[in-house]
Design a protein around this ligand. Structure first.
Ligand SMILES: NC(=O)c1ccc[n+]([C@@H]2O[C@H](COP(=O)([O-])OP(=O)(O)OC[C@H]3O[C@@H](n4cnc5c(N)ncnc54)[C@H](OP(=O)(O)O)[C@@H]3O)[C@@H](O)[C@H]2O)c1
Length: 229
């Protein structure tokens, strides 16, 4: 049975991944920001185990995970959690930069570092859910795009470093996807939210599962997912 650790399973893309992997009988671990969220996740996904760690405070992750039972081997580490705060550079305070870079970039790097021994044991797979904003940065998306450009660099360096150990690395770049994050983006943009216009989170989850289910002779390095019609 394969073992997976997923961040961001509380809603959107991560919740679909937790559901799909639990349904197929895999061993699923979910990282929640606090004990309350972890209890909610265990109620929603009864076969899953949880870890508590606030991705907004990456310096404490090592200590926090050290206090908890962790998976012994990991077939996949799925970095799905993320946050966005729109605003022009001229009006973005340091707090927003720090939070966005912590959750979207530094925490994935630290969590990967902490889980690498387990990933190497299983010749596992690391998936980073990035964004179209990780490939092109537009007005008011500065802090988010910077975090996602950095996430791409993290993935590319990790792939080059861990290839020999058999660890595969995939970046998925979704376009706008119908999740609570997209609802927030619409609120901040001041536009009406119509989820039917955007990618279903199920489709992004399918792209992630395609990458991790690919036979070992091949590695999907980068997957761009755009809204269809
Ligand atoms: N939706 C889009 O249009 C879109 C497009 C491109 C890329 N993406 C990327 O796709 C990924 C998933 O996004 P989504 O749309 O599914 O978003 P979402 O529905 O807002 O879910 C985000 C998840 O991240 C978790 N999270 C946020 N901050 C955290 C923290 N400090 N510690 C632990 N967990 C934290 C949230 O936990 P709580 O449940 O506790 O809040 C939630 O489970 C993100 O990386 C996002 O950047 C989304």
């Amino acid at each position: 049975m394969a073992t997976h650790l997923i961040t961001g399973a509380g809603s959107g893309i991560g919740a679909v991944l937790a559901e799909r992997l639990s349904e197929r009988g895999d061993d699923v671990w979910l990282l929640a920001r606090n004990a309350k969220r972890a209890a909610e996740l265990r109620q929603r996904f009864p076969s899953a185990q949880t870890l508590v760690g606030d991705l907004g405070d990456p310096a404490k992750l090592s200590w926090a995970l050290g206090q908890q039972t962790q998976p012994v081997e990991l077939d996949s580490l799925l970095h799905v959690a993320g946050m966005v705060e729109l605003g022009p550079v001229g009006e973005t305070p340091v707090k927003a930069w720090n939070e966005t870079l912590a959750v979207n970039l530094v925490a994935p790097a630290e969590l990967t570092r902490l889980m690498l021994p387990q990933l190497r044991l299983s010749r596992g797979h690391v998936v980073f859910v990035n964004s179209g904003a990780g490939l092109a940065a537009h007005a008011t998306w500065g802090s988010y795009a910077a975090s996602k450009f950095g996430l791409r660099a993290l993935a590319d360096s990790l792939r080059a470093e861990e290839h020999a150990a058999g660890v595969r690395v995939t970046t998925v770049y979704p376009g706008r996807t119908a999740t609570p994050m997209q609802e927030k983006v619409h609120r901040q943009e001041g536009t009406a939210y119509d989820p039917s216009r955007w990618i279903a989170p199920e489709s992004v989850a399918t792209a992630v599962l395609t990458a991790i289910d690919l036979p070992r002779d091949a590695e999907l390095t980068d997957i761009t997912v755009r809204p269809g019609r």
